[in-house]
Design a protein. Structure first.
Length: 369
């Protein structure tokens, strides 16, 4: 419905060039509906998506990577220690390693030593499973947030691409972004995340047997998850690059053909050429601002939980390394294996975010900066 105002914009540009040219980008921006994505961003971040774009367009706010980095770093610092209960399990792990394990090693009775070791292991496993469940919940929340945001963001971004290059490019890019969302939902969430759970169960069960019976299987699952993540990221980037090269070229050919036809008409042809150039420049600016706003929103939505997951992973790896001289190799390797499962979840969440961010960057480059 809002596309109906475009003929009015062209008429204003033809007959009232001064003020109309200055407000062209704002007029095109008014034709895009931000209601749903605006409501979503207000609910999750407290910031308005439409107001941010309007502020950048009017010059009230300037986009700066340094300022964005500082704000994200401050948010991470404010939130990483917010849930103190998550990290309290570290004290239990250290106590288990420094009290029960030395007592077990000092016992002369085999039954008492085995009982003490088993109690220490069960206590450590319960704490580590609590860490893993917390991280799993955060990762699932991050993936669901990315999919929901992109579902709401795509219509607004495709409208900007339609203004800039044409409907052919928007249709082709819509297919790529929709494919990326389907990969996130049906492959990453439905296949890779359950595989990480399987890997974690196998890795923990290995430590309750006298020999590592499933070590090769756990290594195979680990490698499959890593390669699957890389392949999904590479496929989406490749499709985005191909569509961003081919489809805009076809639309530019159509646009140049129409322009040459109008240029034949005396007087009106020159006016049309100037108006079309102004509209094209304005649409490119608007499309790029929407793309940058989308990337910024993705970073704001996922940086804090990803930083928290990374912090938990680092703390567990450090704990496993520090308690090895006291607790021995077995408990230390148990903590290391659980931290590897958390690392897999972190890689899945990061790759999913990169999947959408790099797609938007490649599309922005392919459709003109």
């Amino acid at each position: 419905m809002r596309l109906r105002i475009l003929p009015l914009i062209i008429i204003l540009l033809l007959f009232v060039p001064g003020q109309a040219v200055a407000d062209t980008v704002s007029d095109l921006n008014d034709a895009i509906n931000y209601d749903e994505i605006d409501e979503y961003m207000m609910e999750h971040t407290g910031n308005s998506f439409a107001v941010y774009i309007e502020d950048v367009l009017t010059g009230r706010k300037e986009f700066g990577t340094l300022e964005l980095f500082k704000n994200l770093l401050k948010s991470c610092y404010d939130n990483v220690f917010k849930d103190v209960d998550i990290y309290s399990g570290i004290y239990v792990l250290v106590a288990s390693a420094c009290l029960f394990m030395p007592m077990a090693f000092a016992c002369k009775s085999v039954q008492v030593r085995d009982l003490t070791v088993n109690v220490s292991y069960l206590l450590s496993v319960s704490v580590l499973c609590g860490f893993y469940i917390s991280v799993m919940s955060m990762v699932q929340s991050v993936l669901a947030t990315l999919v929901e945001f992109m579902t709401l963001f795509i219509p607004a971004y495709l409208m900007g691409i339609t203004f800039c290059t044409g409907s052919g490019s928007a249709t082709a890019i819509y297919g790529v972004l929709l494919f990326a969302i389907n990969i996130s939902q049906k492959i990453i969430l439905a296949v890779f995340v359950p595989l990480v759970n399987t890997y974690q169960c196998i890795a923990i069960s290995n430590h309750f047997s006298k020999r590592l019976m499933f070590s090769k299987l756990s290594d195979l699952i680990y490698s499959f998850i890593m390669w699957g993540n890389r392949m999904s990221l590479g496929i989406i980037i490749g499709l985005s690059a191909i569509q961003s090269i081919v489809s805009p070229g076809v639309d530019r050919l159509r646009r140049s053909t129409v322009g040459e036809i109008f240029n034949v008409v005396p007087v009106f042809g020159n006016a049309f050429s100037g108006v079309s150039g102004t509209l094209l420049g304005a649409s490119v600016v608007l499309k790029n601002i929407i793309g940058v706003a989308g990337i910024t929103a993705i970073l704001v939505l996922v940086t804090v939980p990803l930083f928290k997951i990374g912090f938990i992973y680092c703390v567990l790896r450090l704990t496993g390394a520090l308690i090895q001289p006291v607790a021995g190799d077995k408990l230390s390797s148990l903590i290391t294996d659980v931290s590897k499962g958390i690392y897999l979840l972190l890689r899945i969440a990061i790759n999913t975010g990169l999947l959408f961010v790099l797609s938007l960057l490649i599309i922005a480059l392919g459709t003109g900066l």
